[in-house]
Design a protein around this ligand. Structure first.
Ligand SMILES: NC(=O)c1ccc[n+]([C@@H]2O[C@H](COP(=O)([O-])OP(=O)(O)OC[C@H]3O[C@@H](n4cnc5c(N)ncnc54)[C@H](OP(=O)(O)O)[C@@H]3O)[C@@H](O)[C@H]2O)c1
Length: 322
């Protein structure tokens, strides 16, 4: 089978397509024939070994885990002896980021608990765009920001994988949503989806006169504490991603600031979460949210696809299809 792998850290040039034996599932695992894999910023970061702190887990000089890719959708073709809730022929999707990655491949063997069944609400391939980005968005809004119905929310980085889910989820949760993105990506959003839309090149965020209960920052490239003036009393600034040094600032200094103010600065690391993903599935089934699919590349074009995401040409999510 084909597998998209890296042997060293670097740009897309370090990616190679290798022939590997089809893995044999362990007793708690299923073997899944991959229909499509979803690309996330995490794949870029793991490929680059950047931020450097990632290498503590992934290998200092070269990556210990060589198979790229977390999100996938596909069909179960073999089940381990102890797996009882999935069977051959089931279509499933999931996020392998806590069980070894390797989704950019023809087949993966992974614990059955990494997967949930798909249904016909979306084409099978599109389910691969869902797990990591939607769970990150839901966790940030519901568990970290604890957003309430009617609260005013600003989503920065709204056109990206996480941001495009955050906007939709926030609407389902009853928030008043202001989305921030580049002018070219504004057509992604209509008035049913967002209440206000800001082109950050035209309007400097830090000059805004409006105030928000929650700022969900998936493109944190400004000094995070400068957003304090945009927060309403009891407001929460949630740093999801962007410049890693900004995230470190919030992690290191947010705690002390939070003790002294009713405005909170928070950051978090999202992990695969079946409970949150079940909520997402429910909303997808009800037609309330869906992944924004930007482009579908063949699996063999993983380098090109990763470069496209890094170049900020993406509206929502990119898929790699087998
Ligand atoms: N905390 C967690 O557990 C967690 C989980 C998943 C992802 N993340 C992080 O969250 C961030 C967003 O993830 P994503 O998958 O949504 O990424 P993405 O799809 O690449 O989207 C990021 C968006 O940010 C906007 N942006 C604004 N200024 C930017 C700049 N200077 N450089 C790059 N992009 C800029 C871009 O939209 P415009 O072109 O409209 O400006 C882009 O679409 C990433 O940093 C990722 O690593 C964190």
């Amino acid at each position: 089978m084909k597998s998209i792998m890296i042997n060293r850290y670097g740009g897309p040039e370090v990616i190679s397509i290798l022939d590997r034996p089809i893995p044999k599932p362990l007793s708690n695992e299923v073997l899944v024939k991959v229909a499509a894999a979803g690309i996330n910023s995490a794949d870029w970061h793991f490929m680059r070994g950047d931020p450097f702190v990632l290498r503590l887990a992934m290998g200092m000089k070269k990556p210990r885990i060589k198979g790229l890719g977390a999100d996938l959708a596909g069909t179960v073709v073999e089940v381990g002896d102890d797996v009882h809730d999935l069977k051959i022929g089931d279509t499933v999707f999931g996020d392998l980021s806590n069980c070894g990655f390797g989704a950019f491949a023809d087949f993966v063997a992974a614990p059955a608990t990494s997967f949930l069944p798909t249904n016909d609400t979306l084409p099978l391939e599109h389910w691969a765009a869902v797990p990591m980005a939607s769970v990150t968005a839901l966790k940030g809004l519901k568990l970290v920001a604890k957003i309430q119905k009617g609260e005013k929310l600003l989503v920065n980085g709204a056109s990206g994988g996480v941001g495009s889910f955050a906007v939709q989820i926030a609407k389902v949760l009853g928030a008043h949503v202001t989305a921030v993105c580049s002018k070219e990506k504004m057509p992604m959003f209509n008035s049913a989806l967002v209440d206000e839309l800001i082109d950050y090149k035209k309007t400097k965020l830090l000059d805004l006169e409006n105030r928000y209960d929650v700022i969900f920052d998936a493109a944190a490239f400004q000094p995070p504490f400068a957003y304090e003036k945009l927060l309403l009393p009891k407001g929460r600034y949630v740093l999801v991603g962007g410049d890693f040094t900004k995230q470190i600032k919030v992690i290191m200094m947010g705690g002390i600031r939070n003790l002294l103010s009713d405005k909170k600065f928070l950051s978090y690391l999202s992990m695969p979460d079946r409970g949150l993903l079940q909520e997402i599935i429910q909303w997808i089934n009800e037609g309330k949210i869906k992944p924004n699919i930007d482009t579908i590349f063949p699996m063999s074009s993983a380098s090109e696809a990763l470069q496209r995401m890094h170049d900020r040409n993406v509206r929502g999510k990119i898929l790699l299809q087998n």
